[in-house]
Design a protein around this ligand. Structure first.
Ligand code: E4P
Length: 244
């Protein structure tokens, strides 16, 4: 399982990249909107400067900001030209109308990260259409079970058997998509995003995610253990006792 950094914050990215464990970065429009106002091009170039300084050649996903398939196609092509970074992947949201765009972009040799996948069939169809990556949103898939804002839509989906209860289990979604990708020998990797805890990261990896993209706030905790602190203190105090 590879670890990506899910952030557009330059300080957090630098803290992660200089430690050498990250094999990629994912951003989205909401993450960019948390940063001080600047141009999209300028901010992505600053991210690329950090990548080139610390870990040249790692993956970078940036997302289109349109819901119109023709506009998405145009934006994706513009981004590829503008940033001229071979490991750039363009995040395109999953959807019936977007599928044709995913296919067109992939056929044109552009790496597509099909994002906002919340169930197995979405990710599977995107992978078949040529998406190089399918992003499954772990936390949001789980939230779907109790989402008060979409009660009517959810009831409708359940009634029509578009989904059933199993579809709100993110581990089941990731395991199933991984099984289909492997069975069909699809050239697509699963990125699990929407991580809500360190335990989610472990569970996503065990469920079969090729990549987990992690918000930087979890990195220090991923490297901590109270028993590590305890034993390191013990070793030092034993040694100091022996020296004196
Ligand atoms: C990553 O690709 C996603 O955009 C991101 O992880 C979504 O996370 P959220 O559900 O916390 O917004």
């Amino acid at each position: 399982m590879k670890i990506f950094i899910d952030s557009a914050n330059l300080t957090d990215l630098e803290e992660g990249l200089k430690r050498g464990f990250a094999q990629g970065i994912t951003t989205n429009p909401s993450l960019l909107a948390k940063e001080p106002k600047s141009s999209f091009e300028g901010h992505v170039n600053k991210i690329l400067d950090l990548v080139k300084k610390y870990q040249p050649g790692i993956h970078l996903s940036i997302e289109v900001f349109s819901r119109n398939p023709e506009e998405i196609f145009k934006q994706a092509q513009e981004f590829v030209k503008l940033f001229n970074y071979p490991q750039l992947s363009i995040k395109v949201q999953v959807g019936w109308n977007e599928l044709e765009t995913i296919k067109k972009l992939s056929t044109a040799g552009i790496s597509v990260n099909c994002t906002a996948c919340m169930d197995i069939t979405q990710a599977l169809m995107a992978a078949h259409a040529g998406a190089r990556y399918v992003s499954l949103f772990w936390g949001r898939i789980r939230d779907g079970k109790t989402d008060e804002k979409a009660l009517i839509e959810k009831e409708d989906y359940l009634k029509r058997k578009v989904l059933d209860d199993k579809d709100f289990d993110p581990a089941f979604a990731v395991q199933s998509v991984r099984q289909f990708i492997d069975q069909n020998k699809l050239n697509s990797e699963i990125i699990v995003g929407s991580i809500r805890s360190v335990v989610d990261i472990r569970d996503a990896g065990l469920a079969g995610a090729h990549i987990v993209t992690v918000p930087p706030k979890f990195f220090p905790d991923m490297m901590k253990h109270f028993k590590t602190d305890q034993v390191v203190s013990q070793f030092l105090s034993d040694f100091e006792g022996w020296l004196s």
